[in-house]
Design a protein. Structure first.
Length: 564
């Protein structure tokens, strides 16, 4: 009997021990934020009647952005600024994957208690069946930095896209190893910066040596201890802090970079960068830089033949809004919205936004009001803005995320349909249930994740769950996607100017790196071609100066073009 009691007691002890171990593991998992979805299987839902259908959780994207403080309110301007999203095909399987930037808890910065599991950046692999798998830890990108945005580019021309992550603190350059993993090579590459708050960055080859260089936009010198005597709106705004200068790093071709900011004539004395982008706006063969600054004039750094840069923001008409004000500029994107062969600019801000029409000779005219955008946009605070042909009708529309500046108050996002003749119309309410919801939008990336010919959207929401909008109806019209592979120039073909002719209509675009706020779109160039079954002519002007012409291409395909 004594022996039986002993056995019974041991069984009880073992049972209790296993119970507490199970409880501990469960709580540990609950406190660690997004831990990955590798043990779950997902199935893409069937299309409903919405033009854009929100499918994020159903297809395996369980990411919830964190501001790091463990609370439901914002304590400072840095927490208000984060949240980027980037599409990239990191494993080169033909399907675009998703990189998401996250905030985290920092001692002396974050106000809440330190969580047991810190948030980190996430990488989701596209499985090719309409669903995703979280491979963040396996890929080695789960660094617990306070990240804002990212720029994707193949800096070493090995055929695999690398990731530059912009942080509050030192930045990170991840080299893609080509086997599903990444290596942090920041120290060797010398691109960490100091302790700035880097908001966004853009890859481009400014000197046409075939290697991607990088411009990094820095925000402001934040002091977590600084307080206004009286701050009626929660916390000090951007003008309470000194600006931080941006950086331009030249790619040396050996895995290292050199800071050439001053050498190239870039003197950023008072710019608080929010969005950065690069495009050859005057078609002289050299990519220029646009910097959207918070509360101060914006920069348009003209590339003077790869020898230096000159700010032409004011003289070009793109430094200020139509009202002559330096607005709370957020993000920038580029496209030829009126099909005249000239690259135009859209700038989102906290009021009426700016649609800068390129009228030639280096001059732009702000068409936000006459286009019909200003009044509809002015009801919201705009963050990401990106050109998108959502319905494949052959002209580019504009998608914009919205959200409050200093509070976690949601706004509806917007999509402006291009009506032609310089006019746009807000058609958001007609596109599905998502556009009736309020979210604290920040970054967003656009791309064809299921290779069905229309553009889908992932939206990063501040301190909340991101949303994935699958496009259900855009491919009712025909389309063509072009995947550029450079040989003489950079492998990504960034800087290539592409024109297509279909059904008598000519569309012009340029391959670029980052788009919108802290984000990057699908690396493949997308063209809607309405009901045309054939693209009569494709003309590609590569960064090397080579011109390639392809004739009579069938619609509805992803065409890979290699530089001759």
């Amino acid at each position: 009997m004594k022996t039986n009691q002993s056995i019974y007691s041991n069984v009880n002890i073992f049972s209790y021990l296993m119970f507490f171990i199970l409880i501990f593991l469960t709580l540990s998992g609950c406190n660690s934020g997004n831990t990955g979805n590798k043990n779950q299987t997902f199935t893409a839902p069937p299309p409903n009647n919405d033009f854009f259908q929100e499918t994020g959780k159903q297809i395996g994207i369980d990411f919830i952005h964190s501001i790091g403080n463990g609370t439901d309110h914002l304590n400072n301007i840095i927490e208000s600024s984060g949240g980027g999203a980037s599409f990239l095909d990191f494993d080169q399987d033909g399907y675009i994957d998703l990189f998401l930037s996250n905030g985290t808890w920092i001692d002396g910065f974050s106000k809440g208690e330190k969580p047991s599991g810190l948030p980190f950046n996430h990488l989701y692999r596209n499985l090719g069946d309409g669903t995703f798998e979280d491979v963040s830890r396996k890929a080695g990108i789960d660094n617990q930095a306070y990240s804002m945005g990212a720029a994707i580019g193949d800096f070493n021309n090995d055929g695999y896209p690398d990731i530059y992550v912009c942080n509050y603190g030192a930045n990170i350059l991840y080299r893609n190893n080509g086997n599903g993993t990444f290596t942090d090579i920041t120290r060797k590459a010398r691109v960490a910066g100091l302790k700035e708050c880097s908001i966004g960055a853009v890859w481009f080859d400014y000197d046409l040596d075939g290697l991607l260089d990088i411009y990094v936009g820095n925000y402001l010198s934040f002091d977590p201890e600084y307080k206004y005597y009286y701050a009626p709106d929660g916390f000090p705004g951007p003008m309470a802090y000194d600006a931080e200068p941006d950086y331009l790093y030249r790619n040396n071709g050996d895995g290292t970079f050199t800071d050439v900011t001053r050498e190239m004539g870039i003197f950023d004395l008072d710019g608080r960068a929010m969005g950065v982008g690069a495009v050859d706006y005057d078609d002289d063969g050299y990519m220029d830089i646009y910097v959207a600054n918070d509360h101060t004039l914006n920069y348009l750094w003209h590339n003077d033949g790869g020898k230096k840069f000159t700010d032409r923001g004011t003289m070009s008409g793109t430094a200020f809004s139509q009202a002559g004000e330096a607005t709370v500029s957020m993000s920038v994107d580029f496209a030829d919205f009126n099909s005249d062969g000239l690259i135009d600019i859209f700038l989102s801000d906290d009021t009426y936004c700016s649609l800068y029409q390129n009228i030639g000779n280096g001059v732009f005219a702000d068409r936000s009001y006459p286009s019909g955008i200003a009044m509809a946009a002015g009801q919201f605070v705009g963050w990401t803005s990106a050109f998108i042909d959502h319905d494949n009708d052959g002209d580019v529309d504009i998608f914009k995320t919205n959200g409050a500046l200093k509070h976690l108050y949601g706004h509806e996002d917007q999509l402006f349909d291009n009506l032609g003749e310089g006019k746009f119309k807000d058609i958001s309410n007609d596109l599905g249930a998502y556009f009736h919801e309020e979210h604290v939008g920040r970054g967003a990336c656009l791309g064809d994740y299921d290779n069905d010919g229309d553009l889908d959207i992932y939206i990063a929401n501040l301190n909340g769950r991101g949303m994935f909008l699958r496009n259900n109806k855009g491919n009712m019209n025909n389309w063509l996607m072009i995947n550029l592979i450079g040989t003489t120039g950079n492998h990504d073909g960034i800087g290539s100017r592409v024109k297509i002719s279909a059904g008598g209509k000519v569309q012009t675009t340029q391959k670029k790196s980052t788009s919108g706020y802290l984000s990057q779109n699908d690396h493949r160039l997308h063209f809607g071609i309405a009901k045309n079954d054939l693209v009569e002519k494709i003309e590609i002007k590569w960064p090397s100066g080579k011109v390639q012409v392809i004739e009579n291409t069938k619609a509805n395909q992803i065409l890979t073009v290699t530089e001759p």
